[in-house]
Design a protein around this ligand. Structure first.
Ligand code: DC
Length: 509
């Protein structure tokens, strides 16, 4: 994703702009706003990099277009933007109703090849406008994403987008979404409106009796009438059903009261209290819910690091370089004056060493005895000996345990040799990257030439071949294709292509 266009920068749109910036996503944010003051404010407040008064101009070159205006204004806005939409674009929105909108937008986009995949981030505020925008609005919010068989291929891009902003994506059919949202959001909104309207009489006289209960029950009634009219109009049958059910509930309470059936009223109150408890109780999060682990294994220089970093960045996950930990252990042994080929010495040095972990720029970094080994782990001394250290079972157990513990830090993309087979065999996302040895030697030599002028493809190939042999013939956790892993031969692929392929699979429900 290199360019995102926000069509509209009210609370929701402006919060996307701020969230992209604060998450450090390197993307150009372009924004369309009708009013000049809004466009100026979007630039001044860091919501967008470029602003436009013409929607078609705003979407030119965008990979992702997010319509952030009231639901019923979206089809006309996309119609106006259509001349600027490129074939590569995917369009989404932030509206509260989905089926009507998907139908309308599908008609508008017919023949363009551009997909619409609706989104409903379950967050917001009764406040409106870019002034109320917050970079953390979407963090930890649930975002419903509604694709259909025709647009499913594009849904992963939308899923990735929301995940990067910190939301948890739930995929759902648009019709189903609208029925559920009518019951949990749209009908309650109108009920809150009705409650407020039902307070007849002089507001001055009532004000002293307005307590937290009234405020909690009616908070949403302060929302934008324009936005809510659109929601009601675009989901009318489901909301009507909800209101009719509510009418029956209210009628029953009123009838019981009239007939002085207070026990029946109490029963209803008890039922309501119990059901509220069930609906609103914080669901105990299943352990590691939403935490994804992507395992990327393969031989040296198969492109794992670049690919794993790209995948981690796109998913907002932490990048873990397990090879660096084996190198770190080797570095420590050498630093302590030990011989990496002497297993007893390695074990002893390992027992004394204290490791600590922290996250730096989206990656897990470590220190050993308070020292960051930095680039020394890439040097020749470590490179020559690391395979000896990595074959010692106690070293492997130590490192495997540390990597497993990192799950507590969030979603991970871990690269190595045994991640899919030993460290995280249960993960659904396992990849094995491979490439021709000659191509791998060419890639690694090009990297090394940046720091070592005497490096040659022939010597690199010899070192890779030796390490491949040691890594794949050792007794403990040899390099192997994990059961269920997807093998990708990267010899003739760009690393961006490999990243895209992996992301396409990781985003699948
Ligand atoms: O990926 P790399 O070249 O930085 O790995 C360094 C060494 O560590 C390599 O010889 C293989 C070994 N290793 C391993 O045995 N298991 C892992 N999960 C990662 C690396």
């Amino acid at each position: 994703m290199s360019s995102v266009t926000l069509l509209g920068v009210g609370l929701m749109g402006a919060s996307i702009g701020l969230a992209l910036k604060s998450a450090g996503v390197s993307v150009t944010v372009r924004a369309y706003a009708r009013r000049k003051e809004t466009r100026d404010a979007a630039l001044a407040n860091g919501i967008a990099d470029e602003v436009f008064a013409d929607p078609a101009e705003a979407v030119r070159g965008a990979d992702l277009v997010v319509a952030c205006v009231p639901v019923r204004a979206i089809p006309a806005l996309i119609e106006a933007a259509k001349p600027g939409l490129g074939k590569e674009a995917v369009v989404t929105d932030v509206g509260s109703t989905k089926a009507w909108l998907a139908n309308e937008v599908r008609t508008v986009l017919a023949g363009t090849g551009v997909h619409f995949v609706g989104s409903h981030p379950m967050c917001g505020s009764e406040k409106t406008g870019h002034e109320a925008a917050r970079p953390d609005l979407y963090r930890d919010a649930v975002c419903i994403v509604c694709s259909d068989p025709a647009t499913r291929a594009s849904a992963w891009r939308i899923t990735r987008f929301w995940t990067r902003l910190g939301a948890r994506v739930v995929e759902m059919d648009a019709q189903k979404h609208d029925e559920l949202a009518a019951a949990t959001s749209h009908t309650p909104h109108l009920a809150a409106t009705a409650l407020v309207c039902a307070t007849k009489g002089d507001p001055e006289a009532l004000r002293d009796l307005i307590g937290p209960g009234f405020r909690d029950t009616t908070r949403v009634a302060a929302g934008s009438p324009e936005v809510w009219r659109d929601i009601v109009e675009s989901n009318a049958p489901a909301i009507l059903k909800g209101l009719r059910t509510l009418q029956k509930e209210v009628k029953k309470l009123a009838d019981d009261l009239e007939d002085e059936k207070f026990d029946a009223v109490q029963k209803r109150l008890a039922l309501g209290a119990e059901r509220r408890q069930t609906l609103c109780a914080c669901k105990p999060k299943p352990q590691n819910s939403g935490v994804r682990v992507v395992a990327i294994d393969g031989p040296s220089a198969s492109g794992k690091s670049t690919v794993a970093k790209g995948v981690a960045r796109a998913l907002g996950a932490l990048y873990v370089d397990s090879g660096a930990m084996y190198r770190g252990m080797t570095w420590k042994v050498l630093r302590a004056g030990g011989d990496p080929e002497n297993e007893d010495q390695v074990r002893e040095i390992m027992r004394e060493a204290k490791w600590s972990f922290e996250t730096v720029d989206g990656a897990v970094r470590f220190q050993i005895d308070g020292e960051d080994p930095g680039e020394e782990i890439r040097g020749e001394a470590v490179r020559d000996k690391v395979s000896y250290v990595a074959r010692i079972p106690e070293v492997r157990t130590f490192i495997v345990d540390r990597i497993r513990g990192m799950r507590g830090m969030g979603s991970l993309v871990v690269e190595g040799r045994d991640i899919g087979s030993v460290v995280f065999p249960e993960t659904r996302w396992k990849f094995y990257l491979d490439a021709d040895p000659a191509e791998r030697a060419r890639r690694r030599n090009a990297e090394l030439l940046a720091t070592e002028s005497d490096s040659s493809e022939a010597s690199v190939l010899a070192n890779l071949t030796k390490r491949d042999h040691l890594d794949s013939t050792r007794k403990t956790a040899p390099l192997q294709i994990a059961p269920g892993a997807k093998v990708i031969d990267t010899t003739h692929l760009t690393l961006e292509e490999v990243v895209e392929e992996i992301l396409g699979m990781v985003a699948q429900p």
